[in-house]
Design a protein around this ligand. Sequence first.
Ligand code: ADP
Ligand code: MG
Length: 258
Amino acid sequence: MSTTQSEGLVEVHGVHKSFGTLEVLSGVDLVVKPGEVTVVIGPSGSGKSTLLRVINHLEKVDRGFVAIDGDLIGYARKGDTLRELKEKDILRQRTRIGFVFQSFNLFPHLTALENVVEAPVSAQGRPRSEVEPEARALLARVGLADKADARPRQLSGGQQQRVAIARALATRPKVLLFDEPTSALDPELVGEVLDVIKDLARTGTTMIVVTHEIGFARELADTVVFIDAGRIVEQGPPAQVLDHPAHERTKAFLDKVL
Ligand code: ADP
Ligand code: MG
């Protein structure tokens, strides 16, 4: 399981995951190179969220492994042996991965600024004096410099999701994972969130984005991955997977969403 020489910033190898008797991931392999945007598409229930959740160690794999920048998720290397990480160490490892959920998941009782400041201070142990100016700069980057003191309920869905993106960036992660980041938004708010994600893509942020926004995939993805029933059916550049899919199941899915 040597991963130190690998080309991928994110490497998923032979991952299987079941819930009870239901196998949700059936041998998934995925390599995401530094600076690349990978867009994952596929029907509801195909395992997209579970794939992101195993990358972030919110779910444990049954078989296979995930590595971020050569480090195995959930394990630490000690000499030649691997030891399972404890919960506290998992939290620290997780700060290397930013996660943006469909439902924003901001802390409702904290201001926008405090939502962004929280993880670097509490999980990474960085000094607040250093984190706070960075958090303000991140809020400015997502267009919310003037909302630092607002609480989530005072913000629109699009604004909340932009705070969530600033929060995900605050731990200086190596990769950002997005799970249908615009699905819970009113249509008129989708654009402002996609614009932020596009800005991150253009500045070289490594990202895995689960989305039904095919236009976004066509414009920004380096690789589009089509997943169905827990397996990657095909993957490649958008012009290939979206415009000339090789598999019937990909065609049938695209016919429905386009
Ligand atoms: P997608 O994101 O592609 O819609 P998911 O990864 O959320 O798919 O789910 C894939 C399958 O796994 C679905 O059948 C879902 O019901 C099931 N599933 C997901 N999480 C759990 C869980 N914690 N316990 C039991 N079943 C789950
Ligand atoms: Mg999902």
